[in-house]
Design a protein around this ligand. Structure first.
Ligand SMILES: Nc1ncnc2c1ncn2[C@@H]1O[C@H](COP(=O)(O)OP(=O)(O)OP(=O)(O)O)[C@@H](O)[C@H]1O
Ligand SMILES: [Mg+2]
Length: 274
């Protein structure tokens, strides 16, 4: 081995992230006394993109929120683990520290907290969770990382000084979610309708941000979407259809194309029932 190849392997060794697996088994959950998830089983490995589709109200966002630990949702049966660690009893921040990330369908405003501080504090919390003596990153030092990631999402640097999502357009909020993903480098990302509200160019930019992060970090992605469009840029390995709180069908990328033509009529119980 030459010096240069040895050096190259050493660098690769440093950057290659270990494999991760999210295992969801027979997950049932209810909210406000109503059962929404009725037995979801899914395994997401590093290097895999799973698209999750399905009619409105079928439980896609509920699945993401339950996995992230939203306090309103009660798990009544089943399990979920990340790299062998049961996540269902953990607080949302503990799940995030393990490497789980949720990009919200409707990202919330946080008045009085700038995007810059929010991203830096999130990154520092992650560093501290891995090593309590770890060196946190100061505002000046973090500026370069932040600008680089905002550039990836083609976001103006002025966003660094604005309150999180306050007055952000729908598309700007989605870009900010992916900037957060790019900075936190999660092991498994749950992206809930990250493509909704994006114009044609923004869709390409956000898709590139997701793909770059996915490829660089050896992560796994669960991508909830209603449309084939984003899947033209981020080709999924698997496509799943959730109907009435259950996975009604799984397949490859061709399933998304089929759904675009046929809709959800083939799936029973996909009507919204109160
Ligand atoms: N906090 C809540 N209180 C009452 N019902 C809720 C609550 N959260 C979710 N639900 C109900 O759970 C069902 C599933 O909602 P969910 O948001 O998971 O659907 P979805 O598949 O993400 O739909 P969409 O494609 O429209 O985003 C819906 O009938 C919804 O009204
Ligand atoms: Mg939803």
């Amino acid at each position: 081995m030459t010096n240069s190849t040895r050096q190259h392997s050493a660098i690769e060794g440093q950057t290659a992230a270990p494999s991760s697996t999210l295992v969801i088994k027979d997950l049932h959950a209810k909210v406000e006394g109503k059962e929404i998830l009725k037995g979801i089983s899914l395994i997401i490995n590093s290097g895999e993109i799973h698209a999750v589709m399905g009619p409105n109200g079928s439980g896609k966002s509920t699945l993401c929120k339950v996995l992230m630990g939203h306090p309103k949702y009660e798990v009544t049966k089943g399990s979920a683990s990340l790299n062998g660690i049961d996540i269902l009893d953990l607080e949302p921040n503990e799940r995030a520290n393990l490497g789980l990330f949720l990009g919200f369908q409707h990202p919330m405003e946080i008045a009085g907290v700038t995007l810059g501080n929010f991203l830096r504090l999130a990154k520092n919390a992650q560093i501290k969770s891995h090593n309590k003596d770890g060196q946190t990153i100061g505002p000046v030092e973090f500026m370069g990382t932040m600008k680089e990631n905002l550039d990836l999402l083609k976001m103006d640097h002025k966003f660094i000084g604005r309150s999180v999502n306050e007055g952000f357009s729908g598309g700007e909020r989605k870009r900010a979610e992916i900037a957060q993903m790019a900075i936190l480098k999660p092991k498994i990302s749950l992206l809930d309708e990250i493509d909704s509200g994006l114009d044609i160019d923004a869709l390409k930019i956000v898709a590139k941000g997701i793909k770059d992060t996915f490829e660089k970090t050896n992560s796994g992605v669960l991508l909830v979407t209603h449309y084939q469009r984003i899947l033209d840029y981020i080709e999924p390995n698997f496509v799943h259809v959730i109907s009435d709180g259950k996975i009604a069908k799984s397949g490859g990328p061709e399933l998304a194309h089929e759904l675009e033509k046929t809709g959800y009529e083939q799936f029973e119980n996909c009507k919204i029932v109160n």
